[in-house]
Write a protein that binds this ligand. Structure first.
Ligand code: FE2
Length: 285
């Protein structure tokens, strides 16, 4: 090993790991070493550049908290998250989109018809839809886990003194696979850009805006879970999302509630607008 050079070092490093031959772990680790070494050789990385990369990663870790995951944000702005979503989309199923940095896994269970807005200002919108399988059969008892920004484009989790569970809820579909709740229509927002990822965006003359959206995770027994987002027709930034999350199939229409219209479902608050969102889950592998 002492006679390695800039070309033989790659195999030497791979050989030091006693990985199971042909395993997925070996494939991913060897691929990472290959690409990292190739990148370094191709660009003839200087010591200053190498240290800048390590300092950048250190800074991403230092600013991260349970409420702010800078590495997810980094993945998002580099299109890494979107690429993983695209590769893992299943035929006939709803397309995946970004998880984003603000998910929490212990949002409260809510009854159908609940209001997520907790008195917040904004347009009260009824979000309603159906979860079905790829053969159009409704999935009763599917879990609809949703979270979003408010009408000012802020997630309650980002604000001191706010209940971090506001504008989040976990619903279970009824026997027709349907779910519904009211909330406020979210606004576009900028991803956090006061940290190292923001500095990266500024260095590349990029903006940090995302179009308004609702986040969803859909789960049902025997089905592949989907993490996705729903966007709104004719809203700003649909074609310049800072994190590459928008797909045409994920854009919904917001329509005003017509005078005297009976939405056909019971809600705690009377909605001013309706958004219909349907989700399709594929069977688990
Ligand atoms: Fe978001």
């Amino acid at each position: 090993m002492r006679d390695i050079d800039q070309f033989t070092i790659t195999q030497a490093v791979k050989d030091t790991f006693r990985t199971e031959k042909g395993s997925r772990f070996e494939q991913l680790l060897h691929g990472l070493i290959d690409h990292l070494h190739d990148y370094t050789r191709e660009n003839r990385l200087t010591h200053e550049e190498w240290m800048r990369v390590l300092t950048f990663l250190y800074d991403c870790g230092r600013i991260s908290t349970p409420e702010r995951h800078e590495f997810i944000l980094l993945s998002d702005v580099l299109g890494f998250s979107a690429l993983v979503d695209m590769i893992n989309s299943r035929d006939g199923a709803t397309e995946g989109s970004n998880l984003g940095p603000f998910y929490v896994d212990d949002a409260p269970r809510m009854p159908l018809g609940a209001d997520l807005a907790a008195g917040r200002a904004g347009v009260c919108v009824l979000v309603r839809g159906k979860v079905s399988d790829t053969r159009h059969r409704p999935l009763a008892g599917a879990i609809v886990d949703t979270w979003q920004a408010d009408a000012a484009g802020t997630y309650p989790i980002q604000e001191q003194g706010q209940d971090k569970m506001d504008l989040r809820g976990v619903f279970e579909t009824d026997d027709k696979g349907e779910f519904w709740y009211t909330t406020v229509l979210p606004r576009p927002y900028t991803v956090p850009y006061d940290g190292p990822v923001g500095a990266l965006l500024r260095a590349g003359d990029r903006h940090a805006w995302r179009p308004a959206h609702l986040h969803f995770i859909l789960r049902a027994p025997g089905m592949s879970s989907i993490t996705t987002e729903v966007f709104f027709e004719n809203m700003e930034y649909l074609d310049e999302d800072a994190v590459f999350g928008v797909r045409s199939s994920l854009i919904a229409r917001v329509r005003p509630v017509r005078e005297g219209e009976d939405p056909g479902v019971t809600t705690r608050r009377a909605p001013e607008a309706v958004v219909e969102v349907d989700f399709v889950l594929a069977p688990a592998d």
